[in-house]
Design a protein around this ligand. Structure first.
Ligand SMILES: [Ca+2]
Ligand SMILES: [Ca+2]
Ligand SMILES: [Ca+2]
Ligand SMILES: [Ca+2]
Length: 231
């Protein structure tokens, strides 16, 4: 599936994102499973291998990782190199997760089907082993990724969203530390109401989540000024 990125704009939502647990779960367990299954001496439990008819190289390994007689994990291979691992964890016949590996054999990104229907609607990118740096979400589940989430040290820091599907971000949320818990909370939301390519209106929130003030950048210089109350 191709990711169609969109312009992010100057600022930076709130996500029904995947759980942190889900996000940081890398495929180490899977690889271990594959290797273990590969080395298994038990008849009937070895992974089924298929080979490229032209090159003769290993092309795929099908594994029944929980040994219930049903294949739940398919590793697509180029010989000994893993290209992609597809997992159908609940064994409903539709893939829940795709692990993509780069040429350096490192996990590059993980695709998720958040509704578990075989449609990849979120893709997580990792900067190093298991550390989430970015998430792309297709909120309409149509193959277009219209929401970006940025993470620092596993914490959501900002998002950009294309709410009207024109290919450009028009809504940004900034996140900051919470006084009451480890997860960041949204501190401001900016809107590009006039579709000029940068935010012009901004809600700034207090720690209780309520709007503390409204700010404007009507001239587009990047500097926001508080709305003056009219009377
Ligand atoms: Ca199984
Ligand atoms: Ca499934
Ligand atoms: Ca837009
Ligand atoms: Ca301004």
């Amino acid at each position: 599936m191709a990711c169609r990125p969109f312009g992010e704009g100057p600022c930076k939502s709130r996500g029904e994102a995947l759980t942190p647990n889900m996000l940081t779960r890398t495929s180490g367990v899977l690889i271990a499973t594959l290797l273990a299954a590969n080395c298994s001496k038990t008849p009937g439990r070895a992974p089924a291998a298929s080979y490229d008819s032209k090159t003769g190289k290993l092309a795929a390994l099908s594994v029944d990782s929980n040994r219930n007689g049903k294949v739940d994990t398919v590793s697509h291979m180029d010989g000994t190199r893993i290209l992609r691992i597809e997992v159908d964890q609940d064994e409903n016949g539709r893939i829940d997760r795709w692990d993509f590996y780069g040429p350096d054999r490192k996990l590059e990104r993980v695709g998720f089907s958040r509704q578990n229907d075989g449609v990849m609607d979120a893709v997580a990118y990792y900067e190093s082993e298991g550390v989430l740096s970015r998430m792309e979400v297709s909120t309409r589940r149509d193959g277009t990724f219209d929401r970006l989430e940025h993470y620092v040290d596993g914490h959501l820091t900002r998002t950009a969203e294309d709410t009207d599907g024109d290919g450009r971000a028009d809504k940004w949320d900034e996140y900051g530390p919470s006084a009451s818990g480890p997860e960041n909370i949204v501190v401001s939301t900016s809107f590009d109401d006039s579709k000029r390519g940068k935010a012009e209106r901004r809600f700034v929130y207090g720690q209780n989540g309520a709007i503390a003030r409204i700010e404007w950048d009507r001239d587009g210089d990047g500097a926001f000024t508080p709305q003056v109350a009219s009377r």
